[in-house]
Design a protein around this ligand. Structure first.
Ligand code: NOJ
Length: 553
């Protein structure tokens, strides 16, 4: 069973085909390029890849504006290349998840074009229309400051249409049974081509009741069950990872009380608390967030991440907490975005301090859930704040010190490769870090190995363990008589902490599973540990005989 629920102990690597590796030299990354880098990803130890949208698109929102769901954008290759890629991944034991963007289409999609041209079109009701501009049209924008409204007048249709995101992304009327059937068909298509599931975009909006008359929307949670059911009939071990930035009390509605809805959800609540913890050296709100998101069905799993392709959304922190994170990690207006977040990459946010980078990654890997790494973070890539909005953190992968970081042979890369300064490809690149034993890349590989050797984190019960310092987070995971304990010092100074593992005698001996010494409790069962500034330790509790005690089923 533990291995059947593969996603519970997966290590997911997310990337955009466009900026990963260009094989044909046109400046744009492609599937053939990605295919050539599969051995790199296998070597790193990742077990699943999440691909950002690669379907046909006018690319006004980096592919999150799809105009044909059943094809690969020709800039990235062909369906044939895609299948070669999923096959190549499978041969290496790597699963593939892809983005499923069905809250909206591109306004260039033939469905929308047909719908707007003819009021009697079959597709008219696939979108959301209104004769009059609804009173709340200027509310609920997802990109404040850049997006002006959620209802735009269409000259051809002679009606307003609803768009939760940009105006070139008309919302699909997901309550329409034909639209729902089409969503299933899209899933079925890609499953047939070798994927293991989907990262579903904007889930709360997909299931929202939509329409001019809706003032307080009622989410249509049952839709999630329909998606899950269909997918599991088609391919039993496939999963949906939901992008749903919702408050903790709503999360069970997404997982389903009986585990009959989404298998996975990103834990945005913990993500924000984690950045606050790192900024304020205060572990308490993070422990609280972990407790608040504890409830989930046996098959439900959190997706954990540090940075992703969007801004770091801090919208759920208190004003004071948010200001603290801004002050530490994104003090300039130019580093902030949409009045709620930070658009930088992780390494520059943490002042490129290796100790803090290790702390952040080790912490994320030790929280309850499945870690998701953003491409380039394994080598500590930087950002380019001269690029607009979220593009600053979407620059091409830096492979070597060859021109354009070895990403492309073209002189016109799709986005400029970061050059010069501490983050320039000239010395920050994969080739360089492969050769250096202590590079961040090699450290990340070891971290991944350590996480795989501690499957309790993915499947066990997590208990925050009290320590003598509020800047230290200690988490214990128990699973079938096996336990691990992971400790992180958020403070910028060394700290001596005392704690009780809480497992009576079994907790007296802690075996270090990284590169430090073991430790034993005193006669009162208390451990005393000296942690480096930003230091972290991973322990197996009680002994190394866990392999003998563990049962697989
Ligand atoms: C969420 C995606 O992560 C983001 O990049 C995109 O702009 C919106 N959804 C709209 O699809």
């Amino acid at each position: 069973m533990i291995n059947d629920l593969w996603y519970k102990n997966a290590v997911i690597y997310c990337l955009s085909v466009e900026t990963f590796m260009d094989a044909n030299g046109d400046g744009v990354g492609d599937f053939q390029g990605l295919q050539r880098r599969l051995d790199y990803l296998a070597g790193l130890g990742v077990t699943a890849i999440w691909l950002m949208p690669f379907q046909v698109s006018p690319q006004k929102d980096d592919g999150y504006d799809v105009s044909d769901y059943y094809n690969v954008d020709p800039r990235y290759g062909t369906l044939g290349d895609f299948v070669e890629f999923t096959h190549g991944a499978k041969q290496r034991g790597i699963r593939v998840l892809i983005d499923l963007v069905v809250n909206h289409t591109s306004d260039q999609h033939p469905w929308f074009q047909d719908a707007r041209t003819d009021p009697n079109s079959f597709y008219r009701d696939w979108y959301v229309w209104s004769d009059k501009k609804p009173a709340n049209a200027d509310e609920g924008m997802v990109f404040p400051g850049v997006q002006k409204t959620t209802w735009t007048y269409d000259e051809k249709a002679k009606q307003y249409y609803f768009h939760r995101f940009f105006k070139f992304q008309p919302d699909l009327n997901t309550a329409n049974p034909h639209v729902q059937a089409e969503i299933l068909k899209i899933m079925g298509f890609w499953i047939q081509l070798g994927v293991s599931g989907f990262r579903m975009d904007a889930v709360p909006f997909v299931i929202d009741e939509k329409g001019a008359e809706v003032t307080k929307s009622k989410p249509q949670y049952d839709m999630l069950r329909t998606f899950r059911e269909f997918l599991q009939w088609r391919q039993g071990d496939s999963v949906i990872l939901a992008e749903a930035n919702v408050v903790p009390k709503e999360t069970l509605k997404y997982f389903g009380d009986d585990g009959d809805r989404m298998q996975m959800m990103f834990n945005f609540h913990v993500n924000q608390a984690m950045f606050y913890a790192l900024a304020a050296a205060d572990a308490e709100p993070l422990a609280k967030a972990i407790n608040e998101t504890r409830d989930r069905p046996a098959t439900g799993q959190w997706g954990l991440f540090l940075r992703n392709h969007d801004e770091l959304d801090l919208g759920r922190l208190t004003e004071k907490q948010r200001q603290k994170v801004f002050q530490e990690f994104g003090p300039d207006k130019d580093m902030q975005l949409y009045d709620r977040g930070i658009r930088r990459r992780l390494a520059p946010m943490l002042q490129n301090d290796r100790r803090r980078l290790e702390l952040a990654y080790s912490l994320m890997f030790s929280l309850p859930g499945t870690p998701v790494i953003r491409y380039g973070d394994e080598i500590g890539m930087g950002d380019d704040l001269s690029l607009p909005e979220r593009n600053c953190a979407r620059t091409p992968m830096q492979w070597s010190d060859e021109p354009h970081g070895g990403f492309t042979k073209s002189n016109k890369p799709v986005l400029p490769v970061i050059s010069g300064g501490p983050f320039g490809f000239e010395h920050l690149n994969v080739a360089h870090q492969r050769r250096e034993t202590n590079s961040l890349l090699n450290w990340t590989e070891r971290l991944i190995r350590m996480r795989k050797e501690a499957p309790e984190i993915g499947v066990g019960v997590c208990t925050p363990v009290e320590t003598s310092d509020k800047g230290v987070l200690a988490l214990r995971y128990d699973w079938r008589g096996n336990s691990v304990l992971l400790i992180h010092n958020l403070n910028s100074v060394p700290i001596e902490v005392t704690f009780d593992v809480g497992l009576e005698e079994h907790g007296n001996k802690l075996i270090d599973i990284a590169d430090h010494a073991n430790t034993e409790a005193d006669e009162n069962g208390k451990h005393k540990l000296l942690l480096d500034a930003y230091g972290y330790r991973w322990f197996r509790v009680g002994g190394l005989d866990y392999l003998l005690r563990r049962t697989e089923v």
